[in-house]
Write a protein that binds this ligand. Structure first.
Ligand code: PHE
Length: 336
């Protein structure tokens, strides 16, 4: 009986369907049952010899199976494709992970952070200020009037409107003292600019300014703090102080450390001196206090300024300042 055969076919179809595991199986299955010469079509063709009633009944059963199979096959196909895709994107857990390139802090940024850390421990507070300054903050308020030869010591970039690129971080002393009332203890790192370029000078470089103002701050406090800073930065190292001159400090000094290359014996790096100059400092000049309206009978203070690149060059044994700003990846990555 044909109706029994069709029943058997239906069972066979679903049993076979369960066995489909990949796209090859799926295609074979489709041809076997749904193809032009496939089993379902074969039975549909046989119906032509049957009565109208049987044609209708068995025909609709066969067509139903066909429709159901078509939708199920589509779903199956998607399921298989998704699984294969997973395999392609490498759900292979034995593969090594992907390594994404990571940047590093610039060596100058690193040194700034290290130096700030040292002074933060001593109770100093970090401030910042503008790189475009006026002559007043950069020179006049720091006891450098316009006739003063010290203006020529710092080859200045002037802007068209009479403003300038700050030649040192010292104008931040003035800004801090005007904004605050003493006692104060600040450091101010930042970029400074001078019209100067060779292996030791860059038209843009970095300084760190320090300022402490209180009722009885004296020269030995300054020396103590500078010695502490040198030891924290370079380890156990010999230092020396030399008298110097800055219009905004009196008395003024410069601090040297023993040459890290030759340990004081004299070499190319220290120009046979055995010593490397690392900073300028001194007691705040009364004229500076006057320009910010601090009572010179009440307040005393010290200030210091150091070149960040200089510290970095000594620490890392670099002899050409320009390398910091040329952005060679090999150089930068060596600070990872
Ligand atoms: N501003 C000085 C310079 O750039 C350094 C300095 C700062 C000296 C503070 C004394 C006190 O050379």
């Amino acid at each position: 009986m044909i109706s029994e055969e069709i029943e058997k076919l239906e069972k066979e179809v679903w049993k076979d369907f369960q066995k489909i595991e990949n796209l090859y199986h799926l295609e074979d299955f489709r041809i076997k049952y749904l193809g032009k010469k496939g089993k379902i079509n074969w039975y549909l063709k046989q119906l032509k010899d049957f009565s109208l009633e049987e044609k209708k009944k068995l025909g609709s059963i066969l067509n139903q199976i066909k429709e159901e199979l078509e939708t199920k096959l589509k779903l199956k196909e998607r399921e298989i494709l998704l699984k294969e895709e997973d395999k392609d994107i490498g759900l292979d857990l034995t593969l090594p992970g992907r390594i994404f390139p990571l940047g590093t802090l610039h060596p100058i940024t690193k040194i700034i952070e290290e130096l700030c850390e040292i002074f933060l421990k001593l109770g100093f507070e970090i401030i910042t200020g503008p790189e475009i300054e006026t002559e007043y903050y950069n020179f006049t308020a720091l006891n450098i009037p316009d006739w003063h030869p010290a203006r020529d010591m710092q080859a200045t970039f002037y802007l068209k409107n009479g403003a300038l690129l700050r030649t040192h971080t010292s104008p931040m002393q003035i800004r801090a003292m005007l904004e605050r009332t003493p006692p104060l203890r600040i450091i101010a790192p930042g970029k400074v600019y001078r019209c100067d370029a060779d292996i030791r000078h860059s038209p843009m470089f970095h300084q760190l300014e320090g300022l402490m103002v209180d009722k009885d701050v004296n020269f030995s406090d300054l020396k103590g703090i500078l010695i502490y800073f040198a030891k924290e930065t370079f380890g156990e190292i010999k230092v020396r102080f030399r008298p110097s001159y800055f219009p905004f400090t009196e008395p003024s000094l410069e601090m040297d450390i023993e040459c890290v290359m030759c340990k004081g014996r004299g070499c190319k790096v220290c120009g046979n001196a055995g010593w490397l100059e690392i900073l300028g400092a001194g007691m705040v000049h009364p004229e500076v206090f006057k320009s910010v309206n601090y009572d010179i009978n009440m307040w005393q203070g010290f200030a210091f300024g150091l070149g960040i690149e200089r510290i970095a060059m000594i620490k890392y044994g670099i002899d050409d300042i320009r390398i910091f700003f040329e952005n060679h990846l090999i150089f930068l990555e060596s600070f990872k």
